[in-house]
Ligand binder design. Structure first.
Ligand SMILES: *[C@@H]1O[C@H](CO)[C@@H](O)[C@H](O)[C@H]1NC(C)=O
Ligand SMILES: *[C@@H]1O[C@H](CO)[C@@H](O)[C@H](O)[C@H]1NC(C)=O
Length: 218
């Protein structure tokens, strides 16, 4: 993969429980940071982020930085761009996956500072699947009782687990395809080796026969 980033964090988060991740990281103003997130088919992903600019005078990160915008770029496993947008210094982006697999999420600021500029701290929170649904607002909007909301939540969880399982099946199939093709290549390599050996044997025999005949030894 051709990602112009220095660090790539890999979230391997197909454990069904911990599909939400929260962290912060530091980047230079002109740097770009990419994350790889494994996402099943047809799944909603919400990312929330907040950027803080380092202030040398107070030696701390400023809580708000209105002049800075963040580019968010998401690519699907076929390298097609799913989302590419300029947001403000704090906000959220959402997208829905259409192909299962590793999605690359890249963040970089729109700063034009040369030579790296100042340090930025980016808080990032990615929610996948039913973790991305805000049940509080669903409940308020559709006037559901506690029990109805809980059932709804459970149904969503079941659906998400089904998607995860079909994604695992897809991965297994891809892995098997790779193994099979490796196997086949190893077989052909052995056949080619055998062929070369037989040819070399024949040639040596003929050559030696000619040699002995020329020297009148037989
Ligand atoms: C970066 O984006 C922010 C927010 O959209 C905007 O206010 C600012 O002018 C942009 N800066 C540059 C250098 O384009
Ligand atoms: C695996 O190989 C089969 C047959 O060659 C093909 O139909 C299928 O699409 C492949 N699966 C993946 C995930 O590449």
């Amino acid at each position: 993969m051709n990602i112009p980033s220095i660090f790539i964090f890999i979230f391997c988060c197909l454990q069904l429980i911990s599909l939400s991740s929260s962290l912060y990281f530091h980047i230079g103003e002109t740097e770009r940071k990419c994350f790889i997130e494994e996402i099943p088919d047809d799944t909603l992903v919400i990312g929330k982020y907040k950027v803080e600019l380092f202030d040398e005078k107070s030696n701390a990160y400023l809580p708000s930085t209105p002049g800075i915008g963040m580019h968010v770029e998401v690519k699907d496993p076929d390298d097609k761009i799913v989302l590419s947008k300029l947001y403000t210094s704090e906000g959220r982006f959402t997208f829905t996956s259409h192909t299962p697999g590793e999605h690359v999420i890249c963040l970089f600021s729109n700063s034009t500072a040369w030579f790296g500029g100042q340090k930025l701290r980016v808080h990032l929170d990615i929610d996948v699947g039913e973790h991305a649904v805000d049940y509080q607002s669903v409940s308020a909007h559709e006037k559901l009782t506690e029990l109805q909301l809980r059932v709804r939540q459970l149904l969503d969880q079941v659906e998400q687990i089904t998607k995860e399982q079909s994604y695992q099946r897809y991965r297994e199939e891809r892995f098997r395809n790779t193994s099979e093709s490796t196997n086949q290549r190893v077989l052909w390599w052995s056949v080619a080796q055998l062929f070369v050996l037989v040819i070399a044997g024949f040639w040596q025999m003929r050559h030696l026969k000619g040699f002995f005949e020329a020297k009148k030894l037989v």
